[in-house]
Ligand binder design. Structure first.
Ligand SMILES: [Fe+2]
Length: 193
């Protein structure tokens, strides 16, 4: 970078581009993670705060379902062992891979991604895994209701992201809905006689 260009860039960085955008959101549930640099991506600060809060809820649901599915992979017993042990592994791997893009979308919106058992327990709409491993069929039932619950959480966020023209979040939610509805169908099918 030429000396003069650098001077101009430094000067621009000192000055917030939009004073109004630099103001904290009044509806904000958590403090924005970015200090000093205004975020101006075309989504109102109050919308970014609300979407980030919703996505942190989806993150908590997804992590809880991931952990329950991995738990069931370890603890499943009975004649369906091989099928379920393998199926649960594919599902927990997908869920594990999904938490990262959800968390990183929260960060791109300017907010901290939650990441502790205490915060996940507070924000999740899913119950924790049972203390005692249930029988295989009960595991399947728990996972069906889990996938359905995460789908409801993702779907409930749509009006907000639509209204804010937050296409990346809408795209992410669409992908997650597809995965959870498909997983719920496959698990549900195992319960049919
Ligand atoms: Fe394993």
């Amino acid at each position: 970078m030429a000396k003069n260009d650098k001077k101009t860039a430094d000067k621009a960085a000192d000055k917030p581009a939009d004073k109004a955008a630099a103001k904290p959101a009044s509806k904000s549930a958590a403090k924005p993670a970015t200090k000093g640099t205004a975020i101006d991506i075309g989504i109102a600060a109050s919308d970014r705060a609300a979407i980030a809060k919703g996505l942190n809820g989806l993150l908590a649901d997804t992590f809880t379902l991931y952990l329950t599915t991995h738990n069931f992979h370890w603890n499943v017993t009975g004649p369906m062992f091989n099928t379920l042990h393998t199926m649960f592994m594919a599902q927990y791997t997908e869920l594990w891979n999904a938490v990262d893009p959800i968390a990183e979308r929260v960060r791109a919106l300017g907010y901290p991604a939650i990441g502790s058992f205490a915060d996940f327990a507070k924000a999740s709409t899913l119950p924790d895994a049972p203390a005692q491993p249930p029988k295989a069929k009960e595991m399947i039932r728990i996972l069906v209701t889990g996938h359905e619950a995460v789908a409801r959480t993702a779907r409930a966020l749509f009006p907000l992201v639509d209204e804010a023209s937050d296409e990346p979040s809408a795209d992410l939610l669409t992908q997650r809905l597809d995965v959870h509805e498909k997983a719920a169908w496959m698990l549900r099918s195992l319960l049919e006689e």
